[in-house]
Design a protein around this ligand. Structure first.
Ligand SMILES: O=C(O)CCC(=O)C(=O)O
Ligand SMILES: [Fe+2]
Length: 333
């Protein structure tokens, strides 16, 4: 259950960077994360053990989105460009006329398992397909993106091990799900709305994320809001050099309902905005869900996908769905 929180708590991960961490400090950190995920489901992480500054992360995202639209469309998922072979990784264009006015570029693991190893259920989406990249001439930061992915996966793994012990489970109970993980790093660009449209209130509609954990870099524009138990949208403004962490639906389930996957949205001020969520996800064959009712992650994720706006085509785009907090997740992971 979420509580009537009025701001997101800040969790200091400094003990994780110590060459010789005091076990008491690590335990205190695990206890703090456990408490935060039971009550808010969201926090700012500071002093995270990653080598990237915000400037590095957003410099990379900005370089990608400054590529001419025509070039980016060559990397579009098949939903948005029928002749392309990529179905799950790659670019999605902003869907004008909707409340989800953002373009994105999604990257999975560098060495995914080969699609031929896929098994049922049949789906037009190949969850284990390889990444697509712009030419080296237009995008110089492929290696950096792959490195960012690796570091965020490693941080997620550390957090999941701490949460497992706090929940009284085996240390590897969540991390073992990450064999051949299909985690997703998503660069997002919310274009400026000019002139600001009074009706364009949201540019990312209310949703819960569906995976295990999300690690979000947001720029200083602001707009992220998180729903508390009283139904109030609590702003989660930029805190310098922090990474926002939140629980996804799958983790809420696998914690036996002890952790909360909290609704969030992005309110538009009309200003341009960049953000970079990393969705930590299991491998497609990992058995996930509530005890006694588990399914392979492949099935879990394909079941969720129908509700993600990034997978609705542009040509046949319908008017936006009516989204009400408390109902089913309407987008994202
Ligand atoms: O842009 C943001 O800050 C949040 C994006 C988000 O919640 C998502 O992509 O799931
Ligand atoms: Fe989200």
């Amino acid at each position: 259950m979420t509580t009537n929180f009025t701001a997101l708590p800040i969790v200091d991960l400094a003990p994780l960077s110590s060459p010789n961490p005091d076990p008491k400090d690590v335990q205190a950190l695990a206890d703090q994360l456990h408490e935060v995920f039971k009550t808010v489901g969201f926090a700012y992480l500071i002093n995270a053990p990653i080598s990237f500054s915000h400037q590095d992360v957003f410099g990379t995202a900005k370089e990608f989105f400054s590529i001419p639209h025509k070039e980016k469309m060559k990397l579009a998922k098949r939903t948005f460009r029928g002749e392309n072979v990529n179905t799950y990784r790659g670019f999605f264009p902003a869907q004008t006329g909707s409340d989800n006015l953002k373009e994105g570029f999604e990257v999975g693991p560098s060495s995914p398992r080969t699609p031929s190893q896929q098994s049922a259920p049949a789906s037009p989406f190949i969850l284990t397909e390889g990444n697509v990249w712009p030419s080296k001439a237009t995008f110089t930061k492929q290696a950096l993106t792959e490195q960012l992915y690796t570091e965020l996966q490693s941080l997620s793994t550390t957090l999941l091990a701490m949460l497992a012990t706090s929940l009284g489970k085996d240390l590897d109970c969540f991390t073992s799900l990450l064999t051949e993980s299909i985690s997703t790093l998503r660069y997002l660009h919310y274009p400026a709305i000019t002139p600001p449209a009074p009706h364009q209130e949201l540019n990312c509609t209310p949703h819960t994320d569906s995976g295990l954990l999300t690690l979000l870099h947001q720029d200083s524009t602001g707009g992220l809001e998180v729903l508390n138990a009283a139904g109030e949208w609590i702003p989660a403004p930029y805190v310098p050099n922090s990474i926002v962490v939140n629980i996804g639906d799958l983790m809420a389930q696998m914690s036996g309902g002890r952790y909360v996957a909290t609704y969030h949205r992005v309110k538009s001020s009309g200003a341009e905005r960049y953000s970079v969520p990393f969705f930590c996800e299991p491998g497609v064959d990992a058995m996930v869900g509530e005890e006694g009712n588990q399914v392979p992650y492949r099935q879990f994720v394909l079941g969720k996908m129908g509700t993600w706006v990034e997978f609705q085509g542009v040509e046949d785009h319908e008017p936006p769905l009516a989204h009400a907090p408390g109902h089913t997740a309407v987008e994202a992971y």
